[in-house]
Design a protein around this ligand. Sequence first.
Ligand code: BTN
Length: 323
Amino acid sequence: MNEKILQILNEHPDRFISGEFISKKLKCSRTAIWKHIQELRDYGYEFDAAPRRGYRLKRKPSRLDIPSIINKLQTKFMGRSLHYYDKVDSTQSIAHSLVAGGAKEGAVVIAEQQTAGRGRMGRNWFSPAGKGVWLSIVLTPQIPLQLSPQLTLLVSVALCRTITNLLPVDIGIKWPNDLLIKGKKVSGILLESSTEDERLRYVIAGIGISVNLTREDYPAELQDIATSLLIESGSEVNREELIAAFLQEFEDLYAIIHQQGFAPIRLLWEALSISLHRPIKVHTSRGRVEGIAQSIDDSGALIIKLKDGQEVKIYSGDVEVHR
Ligand code: BTN
């Protein structure tokens, strides 16, 4: 039915077509047409709708050109096995089940849209169709379980460097791994680990980048706290190029952490951090901690100097940076 509605609207790109006309042609109710239009909107189609005049197709959703990503990829293993979906609940879930089916390190799941995108601390991640990069990577890192947060920092460094290389935006990392432009979040990272006998079996690194969303795309509750690369750079970003460049950067840094340990990654993270050496508030599950962010330790924990000079380590929480 969706296809047929699109076909009718496509035949008259400059005109409004009434719901009544479409419903007669397709032999169904106007309410059914309205529901299908809503469903198509969910898929990223944009329509002009006017009372008594009907619908006009404004924009088709942009779709990733997977062969173009494959053509651009120069990596050894990151993204060499690429699983592309139109609409999924979460690319994280798909990646977990791929591992169960034997997927190897570097396998990547990408979706145009997520209906239940997962964020840190049990939050949702807004993932509309055709406008972002929503991807998950299967990793089997050779590092001890307690050092796995290092990987989160590594992903944020890889992503920050990729974006800085491609676009004229002033982007930085807020501990542990939020990417912000002018104080607004443009990307988030979620690591989910599977362990066995206190050892890391595998990790799924989930990366969400708000790429070509416009202001209007965001729901009211995100308007003031979230942004996109399009909004900040002023032009549409080639998602294929961004994905290929990120996978390359990530593979390079992933090799460094295995060969040289965390020290070089920590230096890079510190240089890109917007939370260090500033007064901050951290909201943790145990309450609020206020002080000056000093540094990060080998496990990726944030070291904060309190007013009384005492130093505390924070392993998880939400940071508020004072300006
Ligand atoms: C955060 O809260 O900042 C983390 C957001 C992580 C979102 C990405 S989008 C791709 C992957 N799939 C998910 O369901 N979540 C991650």
